[in-house]
Design a protein around this ligand. Structure first.
Ligand SMILES: Nc1ncnc2c1ncn2[C@@H]1O[C@H](COP(=O)(O)OP(=O)(O)O)[C@@H](O)[C@H]1O
Ligand SMILES: [Mg+2]
Length: 251
């Protein structure tokens, strides 16, 4: 693909997604720059996961265009987007239940951007990714045998297996204890460094968002209400009333 450094890595214009009478996304414009850690926040039901579903191709928007490296991908199938380098995790983790942790990751490698086709090579790559995500000791376990923090890391490992250029992380910190959150923040930075990946993350855990993101987009009822640095969005009046609440505004 032809690279154009002047274009955002990923761009959405006027993205609208409806479910029957419900408008989950309403004319959302966004862009993701190469190498940034971009946050997506907003109250429950504000359309965050829907936006990731539109980006990864699971859902088609009724209106709007999506481009990657300046190429229109609005109508591209999900597996083709994965091959182009758009990887994601799912808020509800969805490993292949009858496969071991290592097989889950190796299978994902075979669908990835690197074009690895041999199973032996895929297994080697999978073992590197398992060690990177701290899952080596669980390689031969079934996903059901993992704790929540480990299952979240398996989701990240499966997304990394595609060798994505951009990785969409959907609430990978949810339900973790403070020590696990610190580990997950560290993992986020390591993903950016070791894989050279751009990160777009949905996160409720404010410590994680404020500590990792260089820029944040805020959705409310499917509309983008703010965008800026963590400091800017945290002090934005509409964000405070919509999302952070009166308690936060007092800080
Ligand atoms: N597949 C779907 N079918 C119908 N409604 C949906 C579907 N996915 C999401 N929604 C609705 O769209 C709105 C946004 O959902 P979602 O994007 O999951 O929010 P968030 O991730 O911000 O919590 C919610 O009202 C949700 O119930
Ligand atoms: Mg969600």
């Amino acid at each position: 693909m032809i690279m154009d450094a002047s274009r955002p890595l990923l761009q959405g214009k006027g993205i609208t997604k409806r479910f029957g009478g419900l408008t989950a996304l309403s004319g959302v414009d966004f862009h993701v720059e190469r190498g940034e850690i971009l946050g997506l926040i907003g109250p429950n039901g504000s359309g965050k996961t829907t936006l990731f579903n539109v980006i990864s191709g699971l859902l088609r928007p009724e209106e709007g265009r999506l481009s990657f490296h300046g190429r229109d991908i609005t109508n591209l199938a999900p597996h083709k987007r994965a091959r182009l380098g758009i990887g994601r995790t799912f808020q509800i983790v969805r490993p292949l239940a009858t496969m071991t942790v290592a097989q889950n990751v190796a299978t994902a490698v075979l669908y990835g951007r690197e074009g690895i086709a041999g199973f032996r090579e895929a297994e080697e790559r999978a073992h590197y990714i398992l060690s990177f995500t701290g899952l080596s000791e669980k390689a031969d376990r079934l996903p059901s045998e993992l704790g929540l923090g480990e299952r979240k890391r398996l989701e990240i490992a499966r997304a990394l297996a595609l060798h994505p250029e951009i990785i969409l992380l959907d609430e990978v910190f949810a339900g973790l204890n403070p020590a696990e959150i610190s580990q997950a923040i560290d993992l986020t930075f390591r993903i950016k460094e070791a894989f050279g990946a751009t990160i777009f993350m949905i996160e409720h855990v404010m410590k994680a968002v404020m500590g990792t993101c260089s820029r944040i987009i805020v959705l409310n009822f499917g509309t983008k209400i703010a965008e800026g640095s963590p400091r800017e969005v945290a002090s934005h009046p509409e964000v405070i009333s919509a999302y952070l609440g009166a308690a936060y505004a007092g800080n």
